[in-house]
Design a binder for this molecule. Structure first.
Ligand code: SF4
Length: 602
């Protein structure tokens, strides 16, 4: 049955080199197989793959698809996926952003964007309902994301146009550059901002006025009400609104897996100075939320006095607070806010930036490098001046920042002695959970298709709480389940946090999908589609040269036992990890090298 709702059956294709654009139809088979969002993206990227494709070249296709539920009246249905070949890893890359940007794309009458080419001069793309324009504007050069959004709205004379833009880092092809919308909603990972920069694409602005087609509005209303009610009645709902992900700081520190001093330790002795309580008591001035989300997990924070007085951001959340707090030995929450602001303004991913700065701090502290290697910066733990200076150097590729701007792979090439202390997988810097104490988390990082990112699979809490008797099979199973259900959320365009944080029953999404599209599907059927998408990204990565060796977690996971805290002495072993990887491949139906049988090449 053809889906009666959910789709406009058109993707806007834009060639920035020629200035041509058209809206290409897709058929019901495409819609049913790839669902939407990340599913559409992966297919578009796979079909565009050519031998030797340069991630920074004009042929790298940038696919931006909101999911099929994005913009519908459903809890937390405001997520949009960006996919491409990553300049940071050379492999399949994607990133995800909350907000109203994706919904506006759908209201402009398309199910996504496919952008190729390179504009001759710095430009932005304007999707204005049925019209697509490429607008040159070199005056935007060097502007921060926040400023850019305002300037584009001013030029278009529309305060409500939705904008996603890059800062100076993206323009300078910094490989950890992000894309920002609504001032602080970021698609941060894998260098999506770098791909924008490589295309001379400063921003995308969207204005849409059409309806998003829904097959069964009455059913959708009924299911949505039940979903909103379930979330609002959860016992932790209000607590979640108060602190959001900032509450994770205390939890992670208490169980001994807080990345501290460049992932060396698992406990930070001053975590109570950068936690959710400090934020609430001294800095929080309001709540923020992504489009259609009742959970309001964002915290709007203001520094009221001191050297950073006047700094205001929507953030930080856990990852940023950890990577610029404990991971760098920082115990000053005002500075965490300031660093978050700088990352948003410059347009760099907070996770990768905090990770790389931590590497440089440990390197200098332990004598692997000297301050002279870091342009004379002292790089002491907690040194706010060094951190700020290095952030700017990265964004503008000055001095040592030029090396860091190319990410962990170039850092290792430049200083091979740093490989044992860099927490990265496939060239993507690890996010803020320790991989040493739970084998499933090590496997999650190692096998993630985009590199060491927790959003693909986050089994660490379950294994630590419930996993005492788990077999290796159990650990592989939970990773595969996460790597299947979480990508499904991206295909649908919904946030994973209601499920992971408030226990929202994930099987409800089958009902949401059926109400919107008019196609009856079980949750298991949707998981099967997601699993097939994961096989395609695997095939892309193999075509790009990835091997089994790329599915290993960072060296530190094996070689450096946690020195203190509740997890003291814990680390993984290569022998056990190798067995786990064999089991994981077998359960996925892949061969011993991790190759899916049906997809020799996409
Ligand atoms: Fe956005 Fe938080 Fe809601 Fe997720 S839970 S959609 S991140 S506000």
């Amino acid at each position: 049955m053809k889906p009666r709702g959910g789709y406009h059956y058109r993707i806007a294709h834009v060639d920035l080199t020629t200035g041509q654009s058209d809206r290409r139809a897709f058929d019901e088979e495409f819609a049913r197989t790839y669902v939407g969002g990340r599913g559409f993206n992966v297919k578009l990227v796979a079909d565009n793959l050519a031998p030797g494709l340069d991630p920074l070249g004009p042929d790298n296709l940038l696919a931006i698809c909101p999911g099929v539920l994005n913009g519908c009246y459903l809890p937390s249905a405001g997520k949009t996926s960006f996919s491409f070949i990553s300049p940071a890893t050379g492999l399949y890359g994607d990133s995800n952003m909350g907000g109203i940007f994706g919904s506006e794309i759908r209201q402009a009458g398309v199910d996504g964007l496919a952008i190729r080419g390179r504009a001759p001069r710095l430009s932005y793309l304007f999707i204005d309902d049925d019209e697509t324009r490429i607008i040159e504007n070199e005056a935007l050069a060097g502007k921060g994301s926040v400023e850019t959004e305002g300037l584009i709205r001013e030029q278009l004379g529309d305060d409500e146009v939705r904008v996603a833009s890059i800062g100076p880092a993206g323009e300078n092809l910094v490989k950890i550059a992000c894309v920002t919308s609504e001032l602080s909603r970021n698609a941060g990972r894998c260098g999506v901002g770098t791909v924008f920069g490589s295309k001379n694409l400063k921003a995308i602005a969207v204005r849409g006025s059409k309806d998003i087609p829904v097959a069964d509005v009455a059913r959708l209303r009924r299911l949505a009400k039940a979903g909103f009610d379930a979330l609002r009645s959860h016992r932790l709902f209000e607590f979640w609104q108060q602190q959001g992900l900032m509450s994770v700081i205390d939890y992670v520190n208490s169980i001994g897996v807080m990345p501290t001093h460049n992932f060396m330790d698992g406990v930070f002795d001053r975590a109570d100075q950068v936690n959710g309580v400090v934020m609430e008591d001294h800095y929080k001035i309001g709540d923020g939320n992504c489009h259609l989300c009742p959970m309001c997990c964002s915290n709007v924070c203001l520094v009221k006095d001191g050297r950073y007085a006047g700094t205001v951001i929507e953030g930080p959340e856990y990852e940023t607070a950890c990577m610029f707090g404990p991971n760098l030995g920082v115990d000053d929450f005002a500075f965490v806010i300031r660093a978050n602001y700088l990352c948003d303004h410059l347009g760099v991913d907070t996770i990768s930036a905090g990770n790389l700065i931590g590497v440089m701090m440990e390197a200098v502290e332990t004598g692997l490098l000297t301050p002279a290697d870091v342009d004379g910066l002292p790089m002491r733990w907690g040194d706010q001046e060094s951190i700020t200076a290095l952030l700017h150097k990265m964004a503008y590729r000055e001095g040592v920042g030029d090396v860091l701007a190319d990410g962990s792979r170039r850092v290792i090439e430049t200083w091979p002695q740093l490989k044992p202390i860099i927490s990265q997988v496939k060239g993507l810097e690890q996010s803020a959970y320790d991989g040493r104490v739970a084998a499933s988390m090590a496997l999650a990082y190692g096998t993630s298709d985009i590199g060491a990112h927790h959003a693909r699979a986050w089994p660490i809490a379950k294994e630590l709480e419930l996993g005492a008797g788990w077999t290796l099979e159990d650990k592989a199973d939970i990773v595969i389940y996460h790597q299947t259900v979480r990508p499904l959320f991206d295909m649908l365009g919904v946030c994973r946090l209601p499920w992971i944080e408030l226990g929202f029953d994930e099987t409800q999404y089958a009902g949401f999908y059926s109400a919107v599209t008019g196609v009856e599907a079980t949750f298991e059927e949707l998981l099967g589609k997601s699993r097939a998408i994961y096989d395609i990204t695997r095939a892309i990565n193999i075509a790009r040269g990835a091997t089994r060796a790329d599915d290993y977690p960072p060296d530190r996971v094996f070689d450096d036992p946690i020195p203190s805290g509740p997890q003291q002495g814990k680390h993984a072993t290569r022998e056990e990890y190798g067995k786990l990887l064999d089991i994981y491949y077998a359960k996925r139906g892949w061969d011993a090298e991790g190759t899916p049988p049906s997809l020799s090449a996409p």
